[in-house]
Design a protein around this ligand. Structure first.
Ligand code: NAD
Ligand code: UD1
Length: 336
């Protein structure tokens, strides 16, 4: 089976390509390299010892997407391509709506044309907005979202539901990721933001690597065990495997359109993560307690039963693994 992976050289996409290839799927990547590097293709091939077909191009470019479908018989698509920085989406909402929505619309149009109707979409726990109850299950209320990035995910989920209503032969998995961190154990691929990171793990890594002086912990007065925010961190390799289970499930049954939480079901505080990172990697991560970050919530973690029961998937790696692999990637990255 041949899978088109849009955004396949990005953080989650690259790990998913490795798992797809290791599971015997053929992989075609479409990525415009707006937030990733071309050499990731080589690294995926080095890890798996398999070949991938790579197209540098934009998923909003219909001719480009058509070219791929003309040249390959695509059985299913995993759609990662999109912008993902929450803060940037607040400053540049049009850019976010344009890219995230248009890439999806263009892709679906071409998929329809070529009778390819199996799609896995990268959604996010951000669609739940500020959850009323944790753990969050898939039937929890959606929105209101707190930023344009989150709204693009909510809109796209709705667009895909409408598409399914119009044509029930579609199979669509909406995968709502919690907080993916970590890296491939080989150290070849991982997350390497160029700018000052907004997210916790890349920031910790830069502090540990002495590229930044200290971590700012955003608030220690939340109603949590140590006062700092709680999230459901999930190893990116576990997350990648969730996509393989979704694709496998399409082969077993007609799914229709279904949303699945991809998280571990466990919540860890900011200080839990910092202390685990220092301990397992034997490094120092100096931190100061700061004000709460606007828009942050106290606690967010997943109920994961649906993915286990229907996809046969559950996360296997723990916080120690996530912290070790995130650091291993940085050490490896420096040597490359
Ligand atoms: P990423 O930025 O590392 O990967 C996205 C890839 O898409 C990049 O390689 C980028 O170059 C490419 N891209 C962007 N727009 C494109 C376009 N129009 N055409 C072709 N390629 C394009 O991000 P990621 O962390 O791997 O996230 C992948 C997906 O998962 C995104 O849709 C993101 O919104 C979603 N997601 C990510 C997280 C997270 O914490 N990383 C959480 C929830 C959901
Ligand atoms: C954010 C996005 C979410 C996105 C996710 C992963 C918001 C509101 N949500 O989630 O849409 O899917 O990233 O990309 O932005 N923290 C610090 N110091 C830091 C950075 C973070 O204390 O320098 C704390 C935060 O307050 C939070 C936790 O660490 O409690 C995790 O933050 P982060 O990694 O940014 O993820 P989220 O805010 O959960």
């Amino acid at each position: 089976m041949k899978i088109l992976v849009t955004g396949g050289t990005g953080f989650i996409g690259s790990h998913t390509c490795v798992e797809l290839l290791d599971s015997g799927y053929e992989v075609v990547i479409l990525d415009n390299l707006s937030n990733s590097q071309r050499d990731v293709v080589k690294k995926i091939q080095t890890i798996t010892q398999k070949t991938v077909h790579f197209y540098e191009g934009d998923c909003c470019d219909k001719q480009m997407v058509e070219k791929i479908f003309k040249e390959h018989h695509i059985d299913a698509v995993i759609h990662f391509a999109g912008y993902k920085a929450v803060g940037e989406s607040v400053c540049k909402p049009l850019m976010y709506y344009q890219n995230n929505l248009m890439s999806t619309l263009t892709l679906c149009e071409v998929m329809n044309q070529y009778e390819c109707k199996q799609l896995v979409f990268s959604s996010s726990a951000t669609v739940y907005g500020d959850p009323e109850i944790v753990p969050i299950d898939e039937t929890s209320k959606l929105g209101p979202t707190t930023n344009p990035y989150g709204t693009t995910k909510l809109y796209i989920e709705q667009i895909l539901r409408d598409l399914y209503v119009s044509d029930p032969s579609w199979n669509i998995a909406l995968l709502r990721y919690f907080n993916p961190i970590g890296a491939h154990a080989s150290g070849f691929i991982g997350e390497s933001p160029n700018d000052i990171p907004n997210n916790l793990m890349p920031y910790i890594v830069k502090v540990a690597n002495k590229e930044l002086p200290q971590l700012h912990v955003f608030g220690n007065d939340y109603d949590t065990h140590d006062g700092t925010g709680i999230r459901d961190y999930i190893h990116v390799v576990d997350l990648a495997k969730g996509h393989i289970c979704s694709i496998n499930n399409f082969l077993l049954e007609h799914v229709g359109v279904e949303a699945y939480n991809l998280g571990t079901g466990f919540g860890y505080s900011v200080l839990d993560v910092v202390h685990t990172f220092m301990k397992v990697n034997d490094v120092d991560v100096p931190y100061v307690i700061d004000e709460r970050r606007p828009g942050d919530i106290a606690s967010c973690y997943a109920k994961t039963e649906k993915a286990y029961q229907e996809l046969g998937w559950k996360a296997e790696k723990n916080l120690n693994d996530m912290c070790k692999d995130a650091w291993n990637y940085v050490k490896h990255f420096k040597l490359q």
